[in-house]
Design a protein around this ligand. Structure first.
Ligand SMILES: [Zn+2]
Ligand SMILES: [Zn+2]
Length: 270
């Protein structure tokens, strides 16, 4: 009974993450074109028809821009809060609204909790997915965080979170001042340092895996994100930390316990 977490790609050119349990397949965000989505799912031997439903965090194009095309092309059910659904002009017959902090059950082995997060001009939420007694948090696009978010993410077995920019690179980089202010402000994105500070608050010994997502191609580098975050969590985290690129899928993490069948299949002797 495990759930895999596979990023199809994360960054300003599109985000989507596949959660797959034995019973259901769900996407968190769909910021890719229909063709891109098909291509990325094909690498996992899947098609959009295999997706049971899609949860959208907020209406920005890199997260929700590909939601409506899934409704028109594949009649996929999209779940979003009202503001996000309106901004994305979703089709009512294939849309289900959710309210923040209301747990949504998908099939009989997955539950998803939307938790509000502050992010410029949007009604953004993070998602905490529960399966087989363990939890995975998918958190992106936030300029700061709340005690409520800490309370829900603390002790999750898996955490995917954005590490958007390196502070020095942003300040000395090519962006105009107003844009620099917006990115680093309360409603923008998390810097590598802020992501490290947040993770230091929420990681416990239960936390086995972390993925850093949505790295800015201009204002960040994977080695900077990884080393900065590890500096903050070295004392509390000794698990697997990976970086998700714009082009995926590259790897999967999982939560839940391996069931007896899987254990039997593991060869003990060669
Ligand atoms: Zn956004
Ligand atoms: Zn984004």
């Amino acid at each position: 009974m495990t759930m895999t977490i596979t990023h199809l790609g994360t960054g300003s050119r599109g985000n989507s993450t596949l959660l797959e349990t034995p019973r259901v397949k769900v996407l968190i965000d769909q910021g890719f074109s229909g063709t891109q989505l098909e291509k990325r799912l094909a690498r996992l031997q899947l098609t959009p028809h295999d997706i049971d439903c899609v949860f959208i965090s907020h209406h920005h194009g890199d997260h929700g821009g590909g939601a409506r095309i899934m409704q028109t092309k594949w009649e996929t059910r999209i779940l979003a809060n009202e503001r996000t659904a309106l901004e994305l002009d979703l089709l009512p017959e294939h849309t289900t609204f959710f309210e923040a902090l209301d747990m949504i059950r998908v099939g009989d082995d997955l539950a998803i909790l939307p938790v509000p997060v502050p992010h410029s001009g949007s009604d953004n939420v993070a998602f905490v997915a529960s399966h087989a007694g363990e939890r995975a948090a998918i958190i992106t696009d936030l300029g700061s965080w709340t005690d409520e978010l800490v309370a829900h993410v603390r002790g999750c077995e898996h955490i995917s979170i954005e590490a958007n920019y390196d502070h020095n690179k942003l300040i000395s980089g090519p962006y105009p001042y107003r844009l620099k202010d917006r990115i680093s402000g309360r409603g923008g994105h998390l810097s590598n340092d802020q992501t490290g500070q947040f993770l230091a608050e929420v990681c416990t010994e239960a936390t086995r895996t972390i993925t850093l997502t949505h790295l800015s191609q201009k204002n960040n580098r994977p080695h900077l994100a990884e080393s900065t975050v590890l500096y903050y969590i070295a004392d509390v985290f000794s698990g697997d930390l990976r970086i998700s690129d714009q082009d995926g899928p590259d790897f999967s993490h999982y939560i839940g316990k391996a069931d007896t069948d899987e254990a039997v299949e593991t060869p003990l002797h060669n």
